[in-house]
Write a protein that binds this ligand. Structure first.
Ligand code: AMP
Ligand code: MG
Length: 415
C-alpha cells in the first residue's frame, strides 16, 4: 500500500482494494433450507422437479374439453354433466367423455381428457349447484385457458440460482418449490468486536466526569450480524495496557476471521490500537470524511484486523466502506456493494475539500416523482444520536466542492 497524493492521503478505492486482496473465502457447508436463510449460496441450484410439477388448474371451476364450450354464451349456454370432483392434492384422473366435465379446484391436476378450465364466474351456478351439471355461459378465450402448464416456470435440471446470491425468503421459497432440500452455503464469518477508550462506560451505567456511554460495540456487532457474520466476542478495552493485543489472541483462540476495533487509530496521544498492534497493522489516512484514519492488517494466522476511527459516524461509515465488503467477499457474495440511488439534495450542504464525503441522510418520499436526500445533521462525525435517523449515506466525490439544493447526489442505501 503506497500512500497517495502530495497530501499523503490514499484513495478510498485503493484502501478497499488492499482489504479485499487480503480477504480469503470461508468454507462452504451443505445444510437444510431452514438453516440457510441469510447465507450466501456457494453452488448453483438447479430445479429437481418441473415447475409446475404437472398441468393443473389456475382457477376454481370446471375442467372441460374446449370443443364442448367453444361457442357457449348467455344466449346459448353449454350444459355439461359433472362426473368428478377434484380438490388440490387428488390423485384422480377421471375419464371425460364429450359433454362431460369435472369440478376442479386451483392446483388440482388437469384430467388427461380435459384441456381447458372454465372458472365458476363463467357458469350459471358457480360453486352452488355444480356437482351434477354445469351451465357454461361464456366460452373460454381458447383451448388451454386457465391451465398452468408443467415446466412452464422451470424444467427439472434448469439453473435456478447462481453462486454468490444471498438466500432470502424469496430465494429459499424458489428453491423449496423446485424440490431441493439442501444447499451449499458459506459458513458465517466469525467476528470479534473491540471498543477501545478509557472514557467508555456500558450503556446505562452512571457516568462520572469525562465518561460517555459506549455505543460502537452495538453498532459494529449489529452491522457485522447484518452482513452475515457471527459475532463471537465483544470486548471493551482501555487506552492503557495491552487490551488490543490480548483481544487478537482471544480472537485467534476462537477461530475468528476478523477483529473490528473502534477508536485508538488516529493521531492523538493515547492511540492504543496503534500503540499495541503497530507491527501487525498498517495505519493510513484515506481520502474520505468521516473515516480518514484507518488501520488494517492480517495476523500471521490470517485473521483480518480492522482499526476503525472511534467517532460513531466515522465507525459506521468505515464499516460500510471497508468491513462490510470484506465480510461479503469472505462469504463469496457476488455483489459487495450497497444499492445506490441518484437523488436531488433537499438542501445545500458543505463538503470537505479534497475528500470523499459520506453524509448520513434520510430520504424524503413526500413527492413520489422526486425523492430527495435530507441530511440528518450538519454532518459532524460525533453526532451519534442523529445517526439513528439515517437510512442512507449521500456519497459526494472528493472533487465536488459544494452541494447545492437540487444537485443530484449518489445515495447509498443501508437498510
Ligand atoms: P478515537 O478514535 O479513539 O480518538 O475516538 C474518537 C471519538 O469517538 C472520541 O470522542 C471517543 O470518545 C469516541 N468514541 C470512541 N470509541 C467509542 C465508542 N466505542 N462508543 C462511543 N464513542 C466512542
Ligand atoms: Mg479513543
Amino acid at each position: 500500500m503506497s500512500d497517495g497524493g502530495p497530501d499523503g492521503l490514499i484513495e478510498v478505492g485503493d484502501h478497499l482494494a488492499v482489504v479485499l486482496e487480503a480477504t480469503p473465502l470461508v468454507e462452504a457447508a451443505t445444510m437444510p433450507l431452514s438453516a440457510a436463510r441469510g447465507r450466501t449460496l456457494r453452488e448453483a441450484v438447479t430445479a429437481a422437479v418441473d415447475l409446475p410439477v404437472f398441468d393443473n388448474s389456475a382457477m376454481d371451476g370446471f375442467a372441460v374439453r374446449f370443443a364442448d364450450v367453444a361457442s357457449a354464451s348467455t344466449a346459448s349456454p353449454a350444459t355439461l354433466r359433472v362426473v368428478a370432483d377434484l380438490p388440490a392434492g387428488t390423485a384422480l384422473d377421471p375419464a371425460l367423455a364429450p359433454g362431460e366435465a369435472a369440478r376442479i379446484m386451483t392446483g388440482a391436476p388437469l384430467p388427461s381428457d380435459a384441456d381447458t378450465i372454465v372458472p365458476f364466474e363463467d357458469t350459471a351456478g358457480g360453486l352452488a349447484d355444480s356437482l351434477t351439471s354445469v351451465v357454461v355461459l361464456r366460452a373460454p378465450a381458447g383451448s388451454g385457458a386457465h391451465v398452468r402448464r408443467r415446466g412452464d416456470d422451470a424444467a427439472a435440471g434448469d439453473p435456478l440460482l447462481d453462486p454468490g446470491v444471498v438466500l432470502g425468503p424469496l430465494q429459499l421459497a424458489a428453491v423449496a418449490a423446485a424440490g431441493v432440500a439442501d444447499v451449499a452455503v458459506s459458513r458465517k464469518p466469525r467476528v470479534v468486536v473491540v471498543s477501545t477508550g478509557s472514557e467508555l462506560v456500558a450503556p446505562g451505567g452512571s457516568l462520572t466526569r469525562g465518561q460517555i456511554p459506549e455505543s460502537n460495540g452495538e453498532l459494529l456487532a449489529g452491522l457485522s450480524a447484518e452482513a452475515g457474520a457471527e459475532v463471537v466476542l465483544r470486548l471493551a478495552v482501555s487506552d492503557d495496557g495491552d487490551g488490543p493485543r490480548e483481544a487478537v489472541v482471544a480472537a485467534e483462540t476462537l477461530g475468528a476471521d476478523a477483529v473490528v476495533f473502534s477508536g485508538g487509530v488516529s493521531a492523538g496521544a493515547f492511540e492504543v490500537v496503534k500503540a499495541t498492534l503497530g507491527d501487525t497493522m498498517r495505519f493510513s489516512r484515506v481520502r474520505m470524511q468521516p473515516g480518514k484514519p484507518q488501520g488494517f492488517g492480517t495476523t500471521p494466522s490470517g485473521v483480518l484486523l480492522f482499526g476503525l476511527p472511534g467517532n460513531p459516524v466515522s465507525a459506521a461509515v468505515s464499516f460500510e466502506v471497508f468491513v462490510r465488503p470484506a465480510l461479503l467477499r469472505m462469504q463469496g457474495r457476488r455483489d459487495l456493494h450497497r444499492p445506490v440511488l441518484r437523488l436531488p439534495a433537499a438542501t445545500a450542504w458543505r463538503t470537505p475539500p479534497g475528500r470523499a464525503q459520506y453524509l448520513p441522510v434520510t430520504i424524503d418520499r413526500g413527492d413520489a416523482r422526486s425523492w430527495r436526500a435530507v441530511p440528518v445533521s450538519r454532518g459532524a462525525s460525533h453526532l451519534a444520536g442523529s445517526l439513528g435517523r439515517a437510512e442512507a449515506y449521500a456519497v459526494v466525490p472528493a472533487e465536488i466542492d459544494a452541494v447545492a439544493a437540487g444537485d443530484l447526489v449518489d445515495v447509498m442505501l443501508i437498510s
